[in-house]
Design a protein around this ligand. Structure first.
Ligand code: PMP
Ligand code: GLN
Length: 385
């Protein structure tokens, strides 16, 4: 191909390739154990795979309805009613999306006007800020301060202006594994109650909350739910990150705007997956099993690393464990994870990648959504460092 030589302005001049792609590629290149990008290395439940096969053979191979297969929308609303006591209308308040990334992007595109301010919490999941910037919105950063990464509500209050259109929250939190409390939700509610701020709540790790903590969904709080779009993803919940099926819930006025964009963004999502998921969601007991699975993996991971030179940070939820490595090296976190991948055969994510200015506290993130054998092999290498 000849080179493209005309001058043009990038819409995202500061953005390169996501750290998840970069580290997974580096892991592959060096044959390292990949604890970087967040995905399980074990398969989805066999009966879910069988249901997908059945759905394709039953002829569910044409466009699904734009808003999602009705049986799946029903299963989603029944789930959030049972778990959070929230009543969403199947027809007008839930939409199936092609992954949480698309749901988040669509929500932002639907609601953020040029010049609007959107508050996010750093360290922040990498898709939020570019999605806001593409709409001409201004990203305003609140801080989840190292090392305990709790929100500072006085700071958030000071960041709110008449231009604040949206606050994006994420609990359980990627990358830090913190889980917000009922007090956090009360503080958020108090800050937004006399405003027209919309909450975009990224709850993709809703079922990975450990010990005695509970998931504080905005859906538990009517005064927050009435102004929120909530996003969750089947990828995390059923070990199917590659299916890219997720959903968004919200009051019908917000959902109507969401759908205006969704219909021209993806229009509709992979139909057989939706039928399979609708059938699978009817089976009881999955969420408790999932929590137990990941709590067990977290405990094995932490137990082994507690005897190492890594410093364990708290992990209350998600399938990520953050660690400090100052006793091992004084390198920057990018240099450290690259060397860890190359020389020690374990890939991780540098947490500086989640900060707009690359703040580096010497912290890296491991994903422990891996089989017992993978974890054992990785831990053997890590405890030697
Ligand atoms: N939000 C957060 C916080 C995530 O960690 C991820 C992916 N791991 C997503 C959104 C995107 O989910 P999906 O793969 O369904 O697009
Ligand atoms: N959300 C996953 C993570 O944090 C990765 C998703 C992606 O690669 N975009 O690792």
């Amino acid at each position: 191909m000849p080179r493209y030589t005309r001058p043009f302005a990038s819409r995202l001049p500061q953005v390169g390739t996501t750290i998840f792609s970069v580290m997974s590629a580096l892991a592959q290149q060096h044959g390292a154990i990949n604890l970087s990008q967040g995905f399980p290395d074990f398969d989805a439940p066999a009966d879910l795979l069988a249901l997908l096969d059945e759905a394709t053979r039953a002829g569910h191979n044409q466009y699904a309805p734009m808003t999602g297969v009705p049986a799946l929308r029903e299963a989603i609303t029944a789930k959030v009613q049972a778990l959070y006591g929230a009543a969403y209308d199947v027809a007008s308040e839930v939409t199936v999306t092609a992954g949480a990334t698309q749901a988040l992007f669509t929500a932002i595109a639907a609601l953020v006007h040029p010049g609007d301010e959107v508050i996010v919490f750093a360290p922040v999941y990498d898709s939020y800020a570019p999605s806001v910037e593409l709409q001409g919105g201004k990203v305003v950063y609140a801080t989840l301060a190292y090392p305990d990464y709790r929100p500072d509500w006085a700071q958030v209050k000071a960041l709110i202006t008449p231009r604040t259109r949206m606050i994006i929250i994420n609990t359980p939190h990627n990358p830090t594994g913190t889980v917000w409390t009922a007090d956090d939700m009360a503080a958020l509610q108090a800050l937004v109650q006399d405003t027209d701020i919309v909450i975009l709540s990224d709850e993709v790790y809703e079922h990975m909350v450990f010990d005695q903590a509970r998931h504080e969904s905005v859906m538990r709080y009517p005064a927050l739910a009435e102004r929120s779009l909530v996003v969750s993803s089947f990828g995390k919940t059923y070990h199917i990150t590659g299916w890219k099926v997720a959903y968004c819930l919200g009051p019908q006025e917000l959902m109507a705007e969401f759908r205006k964009v969704h219909q021209f963004n993806v229009f509709t999502v992979h139909a057989p997956s939706q039928h399979a998921l609708a059938a699978f969601m009817r089976k009881p007991g999955w969420y408790a099993q999932l929590k137990a699975l990941y709590q067990g993996k977290r405990d094995i991971f932490r137990q082994a690393l507690s005897g190492s030179r890594f410093e364990l940070l708290p992990c209350e939820g998600t399938y990520f464990q953050c660690v400090g490595y100052s006793a091992i090296s004084d390198e920057g976190d990018r240099a450290f994870v690259e060397r860890l991948t190359r020389e020690h055969g374990v890939a991780a994510i540098p947490v500086s990648a989640f900060y707009p200015k690359g703040d580096d506290h010497g912290v890296i993130r491991f994903c422990f959504a891996k089989s017992a054998a993978t974890l054992e092999q990785a831990l053997e290498r890590l405890i030697k460092l």
